[in-house]
Design a protein around this ligand. Sequence first.
Ligand code: HEC
Ligand code: HEC
Ligand code: HEC
Length: 419
Amino acid sequence: MDTARRGVPHGTRLAALALGALLLGSPAQADPDNYTQIERGRYLATVGDCIACHNGNQGSPLAGGRGIETPFGTIMSANITPDDETGIGRWTADDFYRAMHEGKRPYGTRLYPAFPYTYYTRVTREDSDAIFAFLRSLEPVRNPVDRSTLPFPLDIRLAMLGWNMLFFTPQTFEPDPGRSAEFNRGAYLVEGLGHCGACHTPMNMLGASRDSVALQGNQIQSWFAPNITGDPRTGIGGWSVEEIVEYLRTGRNARSTASGPMAEVVGYSTSLMTEADLRAIAVYLRERGSAGPAAPAPLAADDSRMRAGEAVYVDNCMACHTRAGVGVDRMFPRLAGSQVVQQEDPTTLLRVVLTGVRGASTAEAPTAPAMPAFGWRLSDEQVAAVVTYIRNTWGNAAPAVAADAAQSLRDTVRDQPAD
Ligand code: HEC
Ligand code: HEC
Ligand code: HEC
């Protein structure tokens, strides 16, 4: 299932970033009259993280052919270079806006929401035109992509008609006049081009984002994208604007590190955004409101699972994360008071312990510290115990984790390379 994964194996992350830089290099067929628009489009394509999904390693980071994992199967991303036959060379700016705004291809066929048009729908016509101008300026790359990889009956694009009727109406972004320009800019980025909710918002059984619980956390590709509302315990309510900006720009701050899919978001997208846009995102996340589960009572320290977990922790984890769980600033993340550790859903923790993890590498912080894998030396019971322990020590509180959760994640990630 290697091709079905979006996560870039970390060895290739730097190469991928170099490709990204290439994309950010000089345009091939830039029309000088449109130069500013193309430059804006290039930046907006970075904000929209197009490369993360359209990079199929076919000589161009936007030639498509990358498998995007969805709850229904793998969907291949399209070639969006201006090749006439296999890309969007024959598209007009109207066609492109219709794809972004309504999720429709020319002649009315429907796109799958694995292409996050349910968010891009809020992108303004002006920004859409700039992105289109940038895409037009790229070297056309011939790369035919097999776009029909879903099993019956989901392979019928017509089925998307029903999905759209249930879950999607095209939107335009309406700034809230009662809020600052910075807040509104952040809202435009988070709810639109940045499509943060595509990972952070819980989905219903048909894969549609549930707006009523926006940004409260969601399982994605065997990771858990945590609550990023202002909730003080499980969200980013305790983070300052500066801390959020630092995390998005460098992939780490004194509280947390970005791994897995978020390391990719940081590498391809947020680390390349302007300081003003990162601040706007931070202000919006902090001020838009908070929601999260009530804190459960922590397990007692003499609970047998806690005792077993403590023993595993002392032997295996303490050397880096310290006995008091405070870690080492920007090297080994703090576990005490950590949001990631206290999410209801323990997927990220199980995964990190089983497979190990390496954080984002960015221009500013190029060497990502790594955590070794423990899956080979700890049993499912020991993994569950140590995760239960870190979730209920040092003032943390979150539900205990059972051994079969560790076992089933072990089965899922078995043939995936360590992230
Ligand atoms: C989360 C993954 C993801 C991201 C991010 C993403 N795309 Fe896509 N995109 C896809 C997938 C998957 C398809 C194919 C959908 C289908 O076949 O119905 C697609 C299809 C498209 C199409 C339709 C092309 C065609 O021939 O049908 C366009 C245009 C497009 N994307 C543009 C963009 C742009 C521009 C960005 C960045 C602003 C972007 N995409 C970001 C996954 C993504
Ligand atoms: C492709 C999926 C994906 C997208 C898109 C995404 N995130 Fe994330 N995000 C994650 C995952 C997974 C984590 C958890 C990473 C970890 O635990 O190391 C995360 C973690 C975070 C955190 C740290 C939370 C904490 O408590 O440590 C912040 C802040 C964040 N994301 C903000 C954003 C913003 C803002 C956007 C949109 C610009 C965004 N994310 C888009 C998947 C995503
Ligand atoms: C050799 C040092 C080392 C050891 C030993 C170690 N870790 Fe880690 N751990 C790290 C590093 C480095 C990271 C951050 C990786 C990254 O950048 O995403 C990390 C990340 C984590 C995270 C994710 C935190 C976040 O904010 O995303 C958790 C949870 C965690 N470790 C738990 C454990 C547990 C439990 C053990 C013992 C079974 C352990 N670690 C052993 C170095 C270590």
